[in-house]
Design a protein around this ligand. Structure first.
Ligand code: ADP
Ligand code: ADP
Length: 237
C-alpha cells in the first residue's frame, strides 16, 4: 500500500532529519512510529503527504508515485490520505459539522468550505461519522466550545469523510490527558479496523503505541532502529 524507499530529508538549515529510510506499510496495517523528539517522525509523515519536500527517495501509495507528482495530481492523491494532527487544526469559528465537511475538500484549502454548499449525501456522511465518534449532539456547536478530546474526535471524523486509504496521524494525543489519550488511540485503531484502513501514527508515548498498534517502528536520528510487534519491542528493551 505505502512504500517508502531511500527517503532522505535535509532541511535548508543543514539538519539531516532522515538518512535513507525504507519502509512498507501493507493495506489495513496500523503502524506506530516511535522515537525520541527530533528522531524524524514528523518529517517522515510530512514527506508522505509532501507538506515537506523529500531531498531524495521514492514514496508510492498504491500505484501512484507520490514523489513524482505535480501539484494537481498531488491534490488528488492527498484525498487518499487522511491527516490527523496534534493540535487538531480545526477552524475554531466554524461548527463541528462544518469542520467535518471541510474534509471533503481534501487536506489543502479548508478555507474554501466557507464558500461551498454541500450535497445532502455529504451532510449525511458527516453526521454518521459524528455519531460514530460520539459527537452527534455537538454538530452545531462551534469548534472552540469543545474539549481537547472532543476536538480530536472532530479531527478524526474530518479525516475519515474523504474515505481515505491511509491515515497519517501526527502525535494525536500529545495535548491530551492520559485517559483521553487512550480513548483517542482506541478510537483511531478501531476505526482503522472497521474500515480496513492503514495508518501511520507518530507517537512518542511507547506504552500507548504498544497498547494499540499492530506494528511498531522505532526511529532514531533519522534511521529505523526497530521494526516489530509490541511484544518484540518489550523483549528488545
Ligand atoms: P515535534 O517534535 O512534535 O515534531 P517540534 O517542536 O520539533 O515538534 O517542531 C515544531 C515545528 O517546528 C515543526 O513544524 C517543525 O518542522 C519545526 N522545527 C523543528 N525543528 C526545527 C529547526 N531546527 N528549525 C526550524 N524549524 C524546526
Ligand atoms: P520528531 O517528529 O521525531 O520529533 P522531526 O521530524 O520534527 O522529529 O525533526 C527531525 C529533525 O529535523 C530535528 O533535528 C529537527 O530539528 C529537524 N527539523 C524538523 N523540522 C525542521 C525544519 N522545518 N527546519 C529545519 N530543521 C527541521
Amino acid at each position: 500500500m505505502l512504500y517508502i524507499e531511500g527517503l532522505v530529508k535535509r532541511y535548508p538549515t543543514g539538519d539531516l532529519a532522515l538518512k535513507g529510510v525504507k519502509l512498507a506499510v501493507p493495506r489495513g496495517q496500523v503502524m506506530a512510529l516511535i522515537g525520541p523528539s527530533g528522531a524524524g517522525k514528523s518529517t517522515l509523515i510530512r514527506c508522505v503527504n509532501r507538506l515537506v519536500e523529500p531531498t531524495d527517495g521514492r514514496i508510492t501509495l498504491g500505484n501512484a508515485e507520490l514523489t513524482a507528482l505535480g501539484s494537481a495530481a498531488l491534490r488528488q492523491q492527498r484525498r487518499r490520505m487522511g491527516m490527523i494532527f496534534q493540535e487538531y487544526a480545526l477552524v475554531e469559528r466554524l461548527s463541528v459539522m462544518e469542520n467535518v465537511l471541510s474534509g471533503r475538500l481534501g487536506y489543502v484549502g479548508f478555507w474554501r468550505s466557507f464558500l461551498r454548499r454541500y450535497p445532502q449525501a455529504d451532510i449525511d456522511a458527516a453526521f454518521g461519522l459524528l455519531e460514530r465518534v460520539g459527537l452527534d449532539h455537538f454538530a452545531d456547536k462551534r469548534a472552540d466550545a469543545l474539549s481537547g478530546g472532543q476536538r480530536q474526535r472532530v479531527g478524526i471524523a474530518r479525516a475519515l469523510i474523504q474515505d481515505p486509504d491511509i491515515l497519517l496521524v501526527d502525535e494525536p494525543t500529545a495535548s491530551l490527558d492520559p485517559k483521553t489519550s487512550r480513548q483517542i488511540m482506541r478510537l483511531i485503531c478501531e476505526l482503522c479496523s472497521e474500515k480496513g484502513l492503514a495508518a501511520v501514527i507518530n507517537i512518542h508515548d511507547v506504552a500507548l503505541a504498544q497498547m494499540f498498534a499492530a506494528r511498531i517502528v522505532g526511529l532514531r536520528q533519522g534511521e529505523i532502529v526497530f521494526d516489530g510487534s509490541p511484544a518484540e519491542l518489550t523483549a528488545d528493551a
